[in-house]
Write a protein that binds this ligand. Sequence first.
Ligand SMILES: O=P(O)(O)OC[C@H]1O[C@@H](O)[C@H](O)[C@@H](O)[C@@H]1O
Length: 279
Amino acid sequence: MAVVTMTEYGALPAVQLTAADGAQATVSLFGAHLLSWKTADGKERLFVSTQTPLDGSKAIRGGVPVIFPQFNVRGPGLRHGFARVSTWRLTGNGGDGGSSFIEFGLNQDDLSAEHAQAWPHAFELTLRFTLHGDALDFAYTVHNSGAQEFPFGVALHTYYDVGHLDATSISGLQHQQYTDHHLNTRTQEYPALHFTEKHDRLYQSTPALTLNTANATLRLEQQGFSEWVVWNPGQDDAKALVDLADDEYQRFVCIEPARIDQQPLAAGTTWAGKHTISV
Ligand SMILES: O=P(O)(O)OC[C@H]1O[C@@H](O)[C@H](O)[C@@H](O)[C@@H]1O
């Protein structure tokens, strides 16, 4: 039987879900931020920076930041939105023999006065994390509970622990179009993407891709989103990030199912995105 317990991660209140097979997910209420995902073999699959604040003063560098209502600076508001720096509610948990879940919610009443004023819309976000065997599912919904449409972007900004970048590649992106950080749009001709320098790319979504590291092969799937964002800051940008140790850029890659552009959500309607990571 799955067990749900309250715990702390740094100074942050967090919820820990332990599945019957021993797989475990730890999510802080701050950001509904997945901080740790261990498969039943006890292996940690996510990277969290040793330098990140874990007290709610700033977004967490690592794990899975939840992005809403804007991706990066593609909108008028806070970079990557307010969802990752707001305190969510645990709204449910459950499961059956083969799977177990915890679910979190955020609406306009949960926001700080500053964020509510800057984004004056009625909305409801839900994020459900489901463990089943060696897979983790994210079910993410955005509901417009107001009377007017609002524009929004979303992402699940997953930081994978890859051991070392030199042994890391992503396959499944051959022939896909991408835009890089110089705003060049190209098609990837080669089958596997390796990390020899900074990468900040927006790929058109594909239903699935594969992350290969020295110790693991992970299959990533998405539905409902429109892009994959692939990010590693490389040596120089990493030095400028105060919440990342200088050499830690070699330990992670971010691969993010995203809907980067601000697209309208009509009053009373719901957007849904699904992301599955399987080992
Ligand atoms: O430092 P932040 O706000 O967490 O953003 C990290 C990175 O997030 C990625 O998703 C973006 O593509 C990058 O451009 C950005 O640098």
